[in-house]
Design a protein around this ligand. Structure first.
Ligand code: ADP
Ligand code: MG
Length: 763
């Protein structure tokens, strides 16, 4: 048999050096299979874990099998027997058949195979083998049909029978039996497997050695071994991940110079802002503000994520952070994912600042003494002239707070002394984007000169301008797609997390119902009508922008026409979708915000952030097309005011859950989940379960070590424990180079790769 050598690549730090010298030999014919499975090294082979195990520990004698009082045993049977005779025959239909007889000291049994000539060559009379397969009756007599077998060679332990055998993810070219054979041989020859975990730590955690775990995950002696092996491997995966995440975070904190913003005392800009709000902060908002403020006071940059239930009031916390920076003499950038949102944030900020410090026009009159920060909006649709003005003012330090879309960090925007960047609804904003921001930080020593520090609003805190410059800005990321904290620190890695899981008092719950077909839709229209009659407004949301030949789904454009002409001819119906010119989008949003239109037909452009408290009803068409978290987000556009509100999830699916149609049953379960809970954290979790967490990880930066057996949802306790361990280990040994940890450090570096770990220097 032609053999090829599968190349050994990197990543062998996991194993003993001996593994380096033991190339993996596989039949050439199966090469594509190895490729497909991504197995190219001894390590990747050993990490190709079984899908499950089959228990073949109970060997029976032939007599026990064929003379059992209960009749033939069901399922797979296994015997250890000798080949008595083998005959090749051709059937009339041209099939080639092999019949034979095997026997042990208790009796004998017929066996047959079809079209497998090689069997006759392998099983010459006298050969001793383990046979396993199904027992059936042929002309009233027991017979093993096409059993698989493993020939017994003296001195070799059988691995296919008489034990718990692994069943692997396989391919057309590469069967689970082949994989099992290669796995067995490799484990036989690989030699001792290195365990990077210090022994006392391993014992304390009650974990078995890595070598034992790798052997047992493939060829366990009993079920308990599988459990112990899994525990060890899951721990290893999670621990390497956390070690790298915490290492990177610590390294950033050690090496990157931040800006220690002075805490706003009584009467400072940020404090006055909070005092002037038309509402009391909720407890969790207050706590988040404290966390932010304390982060911002440190000498390394803040990297914090605010996870908040929809409508929990994240914007206020973000503004507080911005004003802490501005009060300390720095600039703030506030990035939103869409223009609609950027405009809205600008409007909110303007209104709140006016409430706190008076209007901009008025404050201009007394410019010398005004404390009102200068706020500007910059988006793709800002006219060129205006844009130039804003860019110049920003670079000169004349703008305190710049609000805009993502273009803020990608464009030719320069800040004189950027102190903080807030990123709204962008939970994917990662470590690499932050590197980009660093370039924006401007300042350093080549910055705006810092001569005008005294003119900053509330410049009181700082003493010398030089101190305040050159540091890297703080980062505050906000998301309304909340996930459990353990998950968040894993997915978002090096961010600290604040959670806003409480809504402002007085919010009325959103009543959510499922409506099926035309009848349900007519009811929903009735609801919209009565809410509008009571002075409220409505959203009608569609999955599609335009009609498409490919689907039956309704589209926003077509439906806006129909609703305006046929359903609500007496009402003002607006339309907003992603493809509209920005100015038109803004006009449509403004008309809705001002109450000029009562019904706003929209696509998911209104998914995040849009805040129109008077809107009290939302109809979502083809609701099954949306993700759970997305539905929750959409629904979060209503229920923001004092009025009770209604969300109708409309679907053309049959109203009855249908178990024979898994897709329909699933769609039903998902819609019911949204209708039955108002808890975004719960829904985000459910969504993750439906979609699989791979999606979360998949969309992240590559380069992060892969999880094979570990599931962050299932193993949250392991994640939390590994995180604590990583923190304590890195506190004692920041570079993971102490003698006891040396192999842990090597493994972390090899699994992560230098580029991923060192976000300070690279890029
Ligand atoms: P989200 O967290 O979804 O981004 P927003 O920041 O848009 O929520 O806030 C939603 C609404 O709640 C806004 O109209 C905001 O002014 C209001 N709000 C924020 N905090 C409070 C509070 N503590 N009490 C009452 N209303 C609040
Ligand atoms: Mg928001």
């Amino acid at each position: 048999m032609a053999e090829m050598v599968v190349a050994l690549e990197r990543g062998l730090e996991l194993f003993a050096p001996a593994a380096l010298q033991s190339p993996l030999k596989v039949p050439r014919s199966s090469a594509p299979g190895w490729d497909k499975l991504g197995i190219s090294t001894v390590q990747s082979l050993l990490q190709h874990y079984p899908r499950y195990h089959v228990d073949r520990t109970r060997l029976k004698t032939i007599a026990e099998l064929v003379r059992s009082p209960e009749g033939l045993p069901p399922g797979e049977v296994q015997v250890h027997a000798r080949v008595l005779k083998v005959t090749r025959i051709s059937t009339r239909k041209g099939r080639r058949m092999i019949t034979g007889r095997i026997g042990d000291e208790t009796g004998s049994l017929a066996v047959t195979w079809f079209n497998q000539d090689w069997v006759a060559r392998a099983l010459t009379p006298g050969t001793e083998a383990f046979f396993y397969g199904r027992l059936g009756l042929f002309r009233g007599r027991p017979q093993l049909t096409a059993p698989r077998f493993e020939v017994v060679r003296t001195g070799k332990e059988p691995f296919n029978v008489g034990r718990i055998v692994p069943v692997y993810p396989a391919t057309a070219e590469l069967s689970t039996d082949q994989l099992r054979r290669v796995m067995w041989n490799t484990l036989e020859s690989v030699g001792p497997i290195l365990d990077p975990l210090p022994v006392d730590l391993r014992r304390r955690l009650g974990l078995i050695p890595r070598g034992d775990a790798l052997r047992a995950i493939h060829f366990p002696e009993d079920k308990d071994q599988v459990v112990a092996a899994r525990r060890r491997i899951v721990f290893d995966e999670v621990f390497t991940l956390q070690l790298g995440l915490v290492y990177r975070k610590r390294k950033l904190e050690r090496t990157v110079q931040g800006i220690p913003h002075p805490a706003p005392g009584a009467g400072a800009l940020a404090s006055s802002f909070i005092e002037a709000l038309p509402f009391e902060l909720t407890g969790v908002q207050r706590r988040a503000c404290d966390e932010v403020e304390s982060d911002m006071g440190r000498r390394f940059p803040m990297h914090r994520l605010i996870e908040g239930e929809v409508g929990s009031g994240k914007t206020v916390v973000a503004l507080y952070a911005c004003l802490v920076a501005v009060g300390g003499g720095h600039q703030a950038a506030f990035m939103a994912p869409t223009e609609v949102l950027a405009e809205q944030h600008h409007g909110t900020v303007d209104e709140l600042l006016t409430r706190a410090f008076g209007s901009e026009e008025a404050s201009n009159l007394f410019a010398a003494t005004s404390r009102r920060p200068v706020v500007r909006l910059l988006t793709g649709s800002t006219p060129a002239r205006r844009r130039e003005e804003i860019l110049t003012a920003t670079a000169d330090g004349g703008v305190d707070l710049l609000i805009g879309t993502h273009a803020l960090i990608q464009d030719s925007v320069r800040f004189a002394r950027l102190g903080i960047a807030v990123v709204d609804e962008q939970h994917r904003f990662g470590v690499h984007q932050r590197k980009k921001l660093r370039a924006k930080a401007g300042g350093g020593t080549d910055g705006g000169g810092g001569t005008d520090g005294g003119e900053r609003p509330d410049g009181g805190g700082g003493t010398d301008g030089g101190e305040r410059q050159g540091g890297e800005p703080d980062i505050l990321v906000m998301t309304a797609t909340p996930i459990p904290r353990t998950l968040a620190v894993t997915i978002y890695g090096d961010l600290d997390v604040s959670v806003l899981d409480e809504l402002p008092r007085g919010r009325k719950p959103i009543h959510t119902t499922i409506a099926a077909g035309d009848a349900g839709r007519r009811q929903a229209y009735g609801l919209i009508r009565s809410e509008v009659a009571a002075g409220r407004q409505a959203f009608v949301v569609y999955a599609l922008r335009e009609d498409s030949a490919k689907t039956e789904l309704r589209s926003a454009k077509a439906e806006a026409k129909r609703l305006a002409a046929e359903v609500f001819p007496d009402l003002q119906v607006g339309l907003v979708h992603g493809d509209m010119a920005s100015a038109d989008k803004e006009t449509a949003m403004a008309a809705f915000r001002d109450g000029a239109t009562q019904v706003l037909v929209a696509t998911t452009v209104v998914e995040v952030g849009v805040d129109v408290p008077n809107a009290s009803v939302m109809l979502i068409e083809d609701a099954e097309r949306f993700g759970l978290a997305q539905l929750h987000q959409l629904r979060g556009r209503i229920g923001r005011g004092r009025h009770g509100s209604h969300c109708v999830l409309a679907t053309n699916l049959p109203l009855e859950r249908d178990d024979s149609e898994p897709a329909v049953a699933l769609a039903h379960d998902r819609l019911k989940a949204v209708a039955s809970t108002a808890d975004g954290f719960k829904l985000a979790l459910a969504d993750l379960r439906y979609r699989g967490e791979g999606e979360l990880f998949g969309a992240r930066q590559s380069g992060v070590p892969q999880l094979k057996l570990a599931r962050v949802l299932e193993h949250q306790d392991v994640v939390a424990m590994a995180r604590r361990l990583a923190v304590s280990l890195l506190t004692d040994d920041p570079e993971v180079t102490h003698f006891a940890n040396i192999n842990l450090g090597r493994e972390m570096r090899s699994r992560w790769g230098a580029r991923e770990l060192d976000v300070v220097q690279s890029g």
